[in-house]
Every structure is written in C-alpha cells, then in structure tokens.
Write a protein that binds this ligand. Sequence first.
Ligand code: NAD
Length: 375
Amino acid sequence: MKIAVLKEPAGETRCAAIPETVKKFIALGADVAVENRAGEGASIADSDFVAAGATVGGRAEVLSGADVILAVSGPDPETLKGSQAGALLVGGLDPHRRREAIDAYAAAGLEALAMEWMPRITRAQSMDVLSSQSNLAGYKAVVEAADAYGRAFPMMMTAAGTVSPAKVFVMGVGVAGLQAIATAKRLGAQVSATDVRSATKEQIQSLGAKPIFVENVAGIEGEGAGGYATEMSEEYQKAQAELVSGHIAKQDIVITTALIPGRPAPRLISDAQVASMRPGSVIVDLAADAGGNVEGTVAGESVARHGATIIGATNLARSLAADASALFARNLYNFLAAFWDHEQKRPLLPDDDEIVKAIRLTKDGKTVNERLTAA
Ligand code: NAD
C-alpha cells in the first residue's frame, strides 16, 4: 500500500501531508512517497518528511505504483500520467468548476474523491476540509481588515486622549463567521453579527457579541438540510435590508461570509449601503469566490469605493499555509483511517456508505456522482 503526496501547482502554498500524518500512515502499514519540495510553501523541508519515514522523489517516481494520491487542490490530469488504474485521488477537487478534469480522472481509471463534498454529519466532522479551512479564513479576514483599517481596534486610554474601539459587524455566522467574531473580540472591537439561521443567535451571544436579527417576519427560520442556510423569502430579504442599512452606517468594519450551497452568494450589502459608511471603513467579503455578498466586490482584489475599502478575499487559508496544511492533512488522514481495513492494510470504501456516496466522483472509468451526472 503506497500513498503519494503531490507537490501542488503554482499558487497553492498548502501541502496534503505533514510529518505527523506521514508517521500515522506508516503506523497503519502504508509506505508514503512525497514529491520533491511538496512542503516548501508550508515550511516543511523534504528532510522533515524523510525523518518521518517517507521517501522523497520526482513526480513519476512518487506516482509509480501508488494506491492513494493525496492533493490539496485538484491536479492537472496531464500531470498524473503513470499513475495506476484504480488508485484513489483524494483532495479538494473543485468538481463543479473542474468538470472536464474530473472526467479525465475517470478516463485515467482513477477513483476521485472530493473532500469538499464531505456530508455535514457528526461522523465526518474531523474530515471536513471546508470547516478546517474556513475557520482559518475567518481569523485571517479580521487580521486583513485590521491591517487595511487606518485606526486601532481596541479602546485605548492614553495621556493624549482616548482611542475609540472599532465597531465590527459579521454577516453570516457559520464556521468562518464564528471565528471572525472571536478574533475581532480578542482584538478589542465592539462586535455585532447576523445570520438567517436563528440557532446562531445564542452562539453570537456566547462569544460576547450582539446579535442583529430580523424579527416578526414569516419564514424566519432559514435553516435547511444539513444545517445549511436556505434562500430567504422576498419579505424577509426586504426586512433584512432595512435592518442592515441602519446598522451598517454605524460600522467601521464589516466581514461577510454568507453562502448558500449550490447558489450564488446572497447579496447583503448594496453600493448605497457602502456609501453610507464612514470614510476609512473596511469590508472583507469572504464570499468573493461565489459572486460576493457586497456590490462592487472584485474577487482577489482590494477596491476603493466611496471612501471605503472592499477586500474580495479568496482562499485566505493559503496565507496561513503551515496551519492550513496541518488541518487539511489531518482531515485527509482522519478520512482514510476511518475506512482503513487493518487486515488488508488499505482503505476499503463501501458503495453504500453515506460519506463514500457523497464524495466519490469517479469509479471504474466513469463519472458516477449524481451531483455531476444530473447537471
Ligand atoms: P456556509 O459557509 O454555508 O455559510 C456561512 C453562513 O452564512 C451560514 O451560517 C449561513 O446560515 C449564513 N447565511 C446564508 N445566507 C445568509 C443571509 N442571506 N444573511 C445572513 N447570513 C446568511 O456555512 P458553514 O460555515 O459551512 O456552516 C453552516 C452550519 O453547518 C454551521 O452551523 C456549522 O456548525 C455546521 N457544520 C456542521 C458540520 C458537521 O456536522 N460535520 C460541518 C461543518 C459545518
């Protein structure tokens, strides 16, 4: 049983393994082969992998005879030539946006498993790459906002006078939003937050922040399958827009994280609302990749609008490559270990398992996942 760890393409700083997970795979009875300089962006030297028991080599050498291939982002199928049919390719494969690549994995006989389609069930929590990376992104969004903000976050009483605390508003209180609230609180800001899921109200309060919620409107629940948000009624959206308008004008920093699975990100802030903010305000839009929560967001860029700065944040976890790799690598290990057959010393993936059904994209030369074949 051989596990290959790929060097990621340019721009991807993270690595799909760390020395700790290499050791754990070896303890399960596997051999681990890591591509040259795979850990470079995450501050892990080849020699660290060797010390953990892995071999290190070129792509062809690492792929040759591998039963499992680990990656953070989906590799170009052309670069996988020489891998053996039936090998598992496990990583963040971005299936919706990379349909052609997924079909090419199928044609190459690989069994592609998309970690971002992990179901939101208790058993899969430790394998959930979206959660582990969003948590870091929520933290980094606040750090970026603080960096771009020309004032301080905490209240400071000095001999030269008082510095007022920054007012931070977090919109969307999932994994990233909760970490953003916690980080802004630690920096001493006055924090408020909103979500469509009423269950988040208590979570906001327990972090010492103020909940800003639409009351007395039909369809307020907002919680759909698997704990995700649903799209809201027109009546709700109107009430939310009015509430937010009044609140946003008094904020210095807004962090938006609202996503609806399979849909473009909901529009939460209009251009007029940006204009109502104090000059020097900063908005970090973590939904930039999904179309943005803010009118005027440009994914991957920081734009000036009406005296405010709108940061279209994409893939912030990459800027925390060492921690992001460690969490991602443990998610991969937890997944493979959960399905490990200790007699055969390899993972066995039952066709009827809820996790396998959700994340398996290709098998036996075909693209098999319903979310792709039904599209
Ligand atoms: P997400 O990234 O899909 O969305 C971020 C947040 O935006 C969510 O809280 C959502 O309710 C909110 N949102 C959507 N539309 C909005 C709107 N119009 N206005 C304001 N907010 C809006 O969510 P997430 O971070 O992945 O987490 C969603 C829930 O799933 C959380 O309760 C989380 O704890 C849970 N979860 C469970 C598991 C598991 O059990 N394995 C794993 C991950 C997350």
